[in-house]
Design a protein around this ligand. Sequence first.
Ligand SMILES: Nc1ncnc2c1ncn2[C@@H]1O[C@H](COP(=O)(O)OP(=O)(O)OP(=O)(O)O)[C@@H](O)[C@H]1O
Ligand SMILES: [Mg+2]
Length: 283
Amino acid sequence: MATTVSLINMKGGVGKTTLSFNLAWYAAWKKNLRVLAVDLDPQSNLSQYFMGAMGYLNYLKKEGRTVVEVFEQFSPPAAARKAPEPISPEDIVYPLQEWNDGSRLHLVPSRLELAWTLRNPTDKSDLLPRFLAKVKDQYDLIIIDCAPTESILTTSAYISSRYILVPVKPEYLATIGLPLLERSLREHKLRREDQTLDLAGIVFNDADPQRVKREHNIARNDVRENAAKYGWPVFENEARHSDSYPTGARTGKPIFLTKWARYHVANEFNLVGDEFLNKVGLL
Ligand SMILES: Nc1ncnc2c1ncn2[C@@H]1O[C@H](COP(=O)(O)OP(=O)(O)OP(=O)(O)O)[C@@H](O)[C@H]1O
Ligand SMILES: [Mg+2]
């Protein structure tokens, strides 16, 4: 039965997608887990990271299914179309990698039209958790990469999840998304008292490894103060700034499989990966 974790921060560009991609690879490749990554952002960056820009375009050209079908499965059909049929998980889940020992890396891709779902959001927030419930026994870990804006998609990520992971870039205005997230989480918990949803923690990304840059340290302190106020843990390990992250993403490779990344950079990410799996009870 999979443990589901959503990567959320209402601030954009902090590394939600980069970490979703690398942590999913880490869990599958290094820890032999069965992993499903879900792209819940209309920007579809995670899908492009996993499939490559061209591979993703081809997938769309071939009318490959995406998370949009999960959200729109019961939408009133156009007059010319037939009545909605139940979707089967095999149609939606794209098998990226499967290994002999049973470990796997699968993806639920996204596409831009997911933004349309937001135009008519009524009653849709339960569709993703219901879909994931059908495939949960085939995975150990489900990672959901969220968009930076709060919407019905965020609510459905909350409902689906056991844990939230919050990537933060230690920079000016680093804390800007945290009060929004705290409030939105608190409201969600009031609405769904029966659900157990915990903060796996805040993890610094794109950070200076020596921890000497003044701006980064001011930001770290601000974030820690916020975290202490909310009772949120902060990861000991950090993902450092490294051009190997974008380069790896462009070539579909996690940091520890790129030939450009120096050993200690990849090794530092392994520590983040272990701390993450530990916090969500998978190590
Ligand atoms: N550790 C890192 N070192 C260097 N560059 C990084 C690192 N992490 C992320 N980046 C780069 O920063 C940019 C933003 O990262 P990413 O897309 O993962 O953020 P995001 O939080 O998912 O953004 P959005 O809010 O738009 O979804 C990307 O160009 C990515 O390659
Ligand atoms: Mg993203």
